[in-house]
Design a protein around this ligand. Structure first.
Ligand SMILES: C[S@@+](CC[C@H](N)C(=O)[O-])C[C@H]1O[C@@H](n2cnc3c(N)ncnc32)[C@H](O)[C@@H]1O
Length: 229
């Protein structure tokens, strides 16, 4: 994890689980108002891809459950999140909308999923990977709980590799971290490096998503890996 070196020479982690949890507990009352519209195109695309696959879905970082009513009623969804306050909103939504395809909603760290290997047909994480302190650990967990043939679908911010956008993202980073976001450190090369190390995962699709094309819908598939002789 990146560290900040303060003027007195001491070091502090730039992003930790407790800080993120507190940030989203604060966001919970106004989250849908602020991010409901702006992220809706990405959500629609991600849910359409999920509905085509069907079966049992894990939505990590389900937040206020804003996506839950969009899934096909034939799917079974389990939602997890690190923030109690966000999950409380999700539970209210499930009750108020009478959703009957939600298997469960539970506080759980994306870096330590409490499910056996190969449990889900789809693992979905919308606008979550950049909020997790150790994204590669979380991606490994997503791959572990996904069944072979199933898809990992993420909506995520992809940072610029160079140029003015990179400069702006680097400048904004210290400001937005307390809000539970990261603007920098997530160039596409970070995902391709993870992919190269993850033996059982292949890339299916990367599609640019509004606003501004700074976000991508990325679909990965888990493949069978032959056991060593
Ligand atoms: C930007 S919000 C996205 C919420 C929702 N997926 C959506 O599309 O609106 C990020 C969510 O990820 C959750 N989150 C952050 N770090 C997490 C972690 N380590 N494990 C599980 N959830 C986490 C936050 O609590 C928050 O609900």
């Amino acid at each position: 994890m990146a560290q900040i070196v303060k003027l007195d020479g001491t070091r502090q982690m730039d992003f930790d689980r407790e800080m993120v949890e507190q940030a989203y507990d604060r966001w919970a009352p106004i989250y849908d108002l602020v991010f409901g519209g702006v992220f809706s195109k990405g959500r629609d695309a991600a849910i359409q891809a999920t509905n085509k696959i069907g079966g049992r879905v894990l939505e990590v970082g389900v937040g206020t459950g804003i996506s839950l009513p969009l899934y096909s009623p034939k799917l079974r969804i389990f939602g997890t999140d690190i923030s109690e306050a966000m999950l409380k909103k999700a539970k209210q939504r499930v009750a108020e909308s009478g959703l009957r395809n939600i298997e469960g909603l539970a506080v759980m760290d994306a870096e330590k999923l409490e499910f056996p290997d190969n449990s889900f047909d789809v693992v979905m994480a919308q606008y979550v990977v950049t909020a997790v302190p150790n994204p590669e650990v979380a991606l490994d967990e997503f791959a572990r709980v996904l069944r072979p043939g199933g898809e990992l679908i993420i909506l995520t911010r992809v940072s610029a590799d160079a140029g003015m956008r990179r400069f702006i993202e680097q400048t904004l980073q210290p400001v937005v971290r307390r809000l539970g976001f990261r603007t920098a450190e997530f160039a596409w090369s970070r995902y391709t490096k993870w992919l190269a190390d993850a033996k059982s995962i292949e890339l299916v699709e990367r599609r640019l998503i509004p606003p501004l094309g700074h976000f991508s819908l990325v679909r990965f598939r888990k493949v069978e890996v032959a056991a060593a002789a």
